[in-house]
Design a protein around this ligand. Structure first.
Ligand SMILES: [Ca+2]
Length: 344
C-alpha cells in the first residue's frame, strides 16, 4: 500500500514536472518567435491620473500633450482642478479629440463651473456633450474610484493648485496607500526665473491648505519645484520644430499658445516657461534630474521650506542635463501620439 502510494506520487510528480517543462518550452518558443519577428514585448505602462489647472498658464496644455506622447504612461483620467470646471473640461476633451484619445475619461473638479481664461476662444462653441468618451461631473470621486479600483498603484501627477487632491484625501484617505504623488509644486532654494530668492510658488500659494494636505499625506511624494521646472523653455531651432510640426496635437498646442499669448511675437520664436512638463517627465523617469530626499513643510503663506518637522519627499533640486530634456520634449511633441493600450 505504502509502495503503491509512493509510486502513484512519483508518477504524479513526473507528470507535473513534465507538464511544467512542456509549458516552459512553449513559452521559450513563443519568446523566440516574437524576437525573430522583431516584435518587442509590450512594455508595462505606468497607470497615471493627471490633475491640471489647464486654461490658466499655457504650460498645462504642453504637459498634456507630452503625457499623450509618452509611451511609458497609461493615462486613466484627466481632471481639471481649481474651479472654472466647464472651461477646463472642454479644453481637456477637445485636446483629447485632437490626439485621437477619446478613450480617456475627463473629470470636472471642485469649484465653480463658470469662468474662462486665455484659451476660451479655442473652445468657443465646443459642446462637452459631444465628447465621445466619459465625462465625470464628480471628478474627485473619479480620482478616488480610479485609484481604489486599480490593480496596480496609480501615479497621480498634479500640476496645479490642489483642491481636488485634498478633497479626494478627505473623502477617502485610503487613496494614499494605493497611489504615489508627483507634483509641480514649490520653490526650495530658487524662485521664479532661477532667482536666488525663493518664491511662494503659485500652485502652493493659491491653496496652501490643500497643498499641506496633499504633500503631507502618507504616500510617496516627488516634486519638481521652481528650482528645476522654472528653467525650462524652448527657443531657436528646438522651438521651431514644434511650431512647424504638422502633428495634429502639436498644432493644437501651438494654436492654443497663439490664442493665449498677449505678446503676439513670442509664439513665433519661443515657448513660455514649461513648468508642468517636468512633472509629466517625473511620472516615468528622473534620469535627467538630481533628486534629493528632503523634509519639506508647506507654510500657510505658500512657501515650501526645508524643515526636519516636514514630510520627507523626493525633490528635483537641479538638472543633470536640461538640454537632453528639451530634446526629449521636442522629439515627443513632434512625434506620434501614443495609441491606447489594450484594455483588459
Ligand atoms: Ca498648471
Amino acid at each position: 500500500m505504502v509502495v503503491r502510494t509512493t509510486t502513484f506520487g512519483t508518477d504524479l510528480w513526473a507528470s507535473v514536472i513534465g507538464l511544467a517543462i512542456a509549458l516552459l518550452g512553449f513559452w521559450v518558443f513563443r519568446s523566440d518567435a516574437r524576437a525573430a519577428e522583431g516584435e518587442p514585448e509590450a512594455p508595462k505602462r505606468i497607470p497615471v491620473i493627471l490633475d491640471t489647472d489647464i486654461g490658466d498658464d499655457i504650460d498645462d496644455t504642453w504637459a498634456l500633450a507630452l503625457a499623450l506622447k509618452s509611451p511609458e504612461l497609461d493615462i486613466k483620467l484627466v481632471v481639471g482642478d481649481q474651479g472654472k470646471t466647464l472651461y477646463r473640461a472642454k479644453l481637456i476633451a477637445k485636446l483629447l479629440e485632437a490626439a485621437g484619445r477619446t478613450d480617456i475619461p475627463v473629470g470636472m473638479g471642485v469649484g465653480p463651473q463658470t469662468g474662462g481664461g486665455g484659451q476660451s476662444a479655442w473652445v468657443e462653441g465646443y459642446d462637452l456633450k459631444s465628447y465621445p468618451g466619459k465625462v465625470h461631473e464628480d471628478g474627485v470621486q473619479a480620482i478616488i474610484d480610479t485609484i481604489m479600483k486599480s490593480p496596480q498603484p496609480i501615479t497621480l501627477i498634479a500640476y496645479g493648485p490642489l483642491p481636488n487632491v485634498a478633497a479626494a484625501l478627505e473623502r477617502e484617505p485610503k487613496i494614499a496607500e494605493k497611489a504615489r504623488f508627483v507634483g509641480m509644486h514649490g520653490s526650495v532654494r530658487k524662485g521664479y526665473g532661477g532667482s536666488e530668492k525663493v518664491s511662494a510658488e503659485w500652485n502652493v500659494r493659491a491653496d496652501a491648505k490643500a497643498c499641506q494636505k496633499a504633500l503631507s499625506a502618507p504616500w510617496d511624494v516627488t516634486i519638481t519645484p521652481l528650482d528645476t521646472c522654472g528653467l525650462v523653455h524652448l527657443t531657436g531651432e528646438k522651438y521651431k520644430k514644434v511650431r512647424d510640426s504638422k502633428d495634429p496635437l502639436a498644432a493644437a498646442v501651438i494654436a492654443n499658445y497663439r490664442i493665449w499669448s498677449e505678446d503676439k511675437e513670442a509664439p513665433e520664436s519661443r515657448s513660455s516657461t514649461l513648468f508642468d512638463t517636468v512633472a509629466i517627465y517625473l511620472g516615468f523617469s528622473d534620469e535627467l534630474l538630481k533628486i534629493e530626499k528632503l523634509p519639506i513643510r508647506v507654510t500657510d503663506d505658500g512657501f515650501t521650506v526645508i524643515d526636519p518637522a516636514g514630510k520627507m519627499m523626493r525633490v528635483a533640486t537641479e538638472w543633470k542635463d536640461m538640454g537632453a530634456f528639451e530634446d526629449l520634449l521636442v522629439r515627443r511633441l513632434t512625434g506620434p501620439t501614443v495609441k491606447p493600450p489594450a484594455r483588459q
